[in-house]
Design a protein around this ligand. Structure first.
Ligand SMILES: Nc1ncnc2c1ncn2[C@@H]1O[C@H](COP(=O)(O)OP(=O)(O)O)[C@@H](O)[C@H]1O
Ligand SMILES: [Mg+2]
Length: 233
């Protein structure tokens, strides 16, 4: 695929300056003011490399083991692990049900997606009390609600697994909401801003769609759909 080749080439090219920056730092005297310039250049190239990785994910590359999986049972393990990290005031509610519906997906990327979503939900709640809910169900493409949320992205008359991740955390203002998928956008002190950019890439790479509803102080709901590959419907 053309886009994948471009992203691959681009990523390979960026490895060259990254290698030379390391060599430069080895030969430059410790007091050289050039060290700072090399450092800044390196950081910029590292960001470009991160973007080329995102491009690969976005076009469906970087999937290692793609197979027909039951999303609900595959993410259960990730959720169970995550639950252990929560405090006693924090609750993780699981409403996982997609019958025998399967989606064609890379398990590794699905667990990356789940971890990124749960991390954000937990960070939005912070140290106090709160709830995170993860629900999955099968929905038809002709479903009115689905059309309203995803518009033309979701075609009529086929079936999808809908996953909802909601939290009772801090929520987002309208301005923040317009930027959340931008690579490196973060409102957190130690944030990298790659979580949702990667999630969006994974969703797109799996021919799915993502939508969000949130208000400041009112919590957040993310909805993600993936087309079914095999179903009993
Ligand atoms: N569940 C959520 N509740 C509130 N804000 C969120 C949530 N998920 C994401 N955000 C906002 O989107 C931004 C980008 O998220 P992300 O790409 O994961 O980067 P990071 O978590 O490193 O900041 C966050 O900094 C935060 O402002
Ligand atoms: Mg994050």
């Amino acid at each position: 695929m053309m886009a994948a080749n471009i992203a691959h080439n681009f990523n390979n090219i960026l490895q060259v300056p990254l290698g030379y920056y390391d060599l430069m730092l080895e030969v430059l005297p410790p007091t050289s003011e050039c060290r700072e310039y090399v450092d800044l250049s390196r950081k910029a190239v590292e960001r470009a490399a991160a973007i080329s990785q995102l491009m690969l994910v976005y076009v469906g590359q970087g999937q290692k083991q793609t197979g027909n999986i039951c999303l609900a049972s595959e993410v259960q393990e990730v959720l169970a692990e995550f639950k252990k990290e929560l405090s006693s005031e924090q609750e993780l509610i699981m409403d996982l049900d997609c019958g025998s519906a399967l989606i064609k997906a890379d398990f590794g990327q699905m667990s990356d997606l789940m971890t990124a979503m749960l991390t954000n939900a937990a960070e939005a709640i912070g140290t106090g009390a709160g709830k995170i809910r993860v629900a999955t169900k099968v929905v038809g493409g002709e479903d009115q609600e689905l059309g309203q949320i995803f518009g033309a992205e979701v075609t009529a008359n086929s079936h999808y697994v809908l996953m909802e991740i909601s939290d009772t955390g801090c929520g987002m203002d309208p301005d923040t909401l317009t930027k959340i998928y931008d690579p490196f956008f973060t409102t957190k002190f130690t944030g990298r801003g790659l979580g949702l950019a990667t999630v969006q890439g994974i969703v797109h790479g799996h021919h799915g769609a993502i939508a969000v509803q949130s208000e400041l102080g009112q919590g957040t709901v993310f909805k993600i759909v993936f087309p079914l590959s095999v179903s009993t419907h």
